[in-house]
Design a protein around this ligand. Sequence first.
Ligand SMILES: Nc1ncnc2c1ncn2[C@@H]1O[C@H](COP(=O)(O)OP(=O)(O)OP(=O)(O)O)[C@@H](O)[C@H]1O
Length: 296
Amino acid sequence: MNQVGNGDHAEAVKAEPRRALDLRGVEFRRQRRVILTDVNLSIAQGEKWVLFGPNGIGKSSLVSMMSTRGFPSEGSVEILGNRLGKVDVFSYRNRIGLSSAELSRAFPPEEDPLDVVVTALTATTGRWRDSYTPEEYGRALELMTRFGVEYLRGKQMFKLSEGERTRILICRALMADPELLILDEPTTGLDLGGRELAIRALSRIGADEGGKAVVLVTHRLEEIPQGFDHVAIMGRIEGDESAAHQDAVSGADPKPGTIVYRGDLEHGFTDERLSSVFGIPLHVSRQDGRWSAFAV
Ligand SMILES: Nc1ncnc2c1ncn2[C@@H]1O[C@H](COP(=O)(O)OP(=O)(O)OP(=O)(O)O)[C@@H](O)[C@H]1O
């Protein structure tokens, strides 16, 4: 926490809230294709954001940068005050909780799920020479119990079902009580009961007044937990005339993705915007705090 003396008080009142994430003019290119362009997003500590968009728009590419695993081709990414590329990512990676399909492939196949959870404390994927205290293992088990997977202790990661793996990764993401929590499609592979339990747990995280910033990535409206009040909606960039893009984008490639709306969730999900993003007429509704959309 910032310590401010009396003389600094007026300054502190005027100061902007601390940024958990700050992306400016980000472009992401792979194999001469522009995947993302002109991405600008600022997330303050404590804010709960949904990153929403259709398949293949670049959500996971964005997550790779937000979680220090990818690097922008242009622009800047600042994470918890650390500029990507300027500060050693290992000095702050353990302050970021991440759950993603890409991360799930990083663990040794025979790793004990309990170790997958506890190793979040050192931001490592594999228990080498690190040792953890009984209290730390206790917390890992407590999380596994909360997500109904305590019975997986002592098993091997490669034998887990997709839904079990997903739950273990959510536990891992929460283990180090991170300042920035990034959950990329955290309900993938969960059955109806598992999905609803996960959404309930995520709603509690959304309602948490603490300083944790959360980014929840999804392409399903009905999986947005209550308590999340900001949304960044991704869509394809219109009129992509720049010379750089003409060079880089081949005829068959889709236009680059970008953020077409950022702000409060309430005003983000309109029929018009979602119809445009998905290219099909949609009607959006909200009942008992849960969102849904259907083609009309
Ligand atoms: N390393 C890479 N090399 C080439 N193309 C890539 C690479 N990584 C991603 N892409 C392409 O970039 C686009 C965006 O992919 P990304 O996985 O970020 O989308 P997404 O929004 O997360 O999709 P989904 O909702 O289907 O998971 C896709 O067309 C994908 O094929």
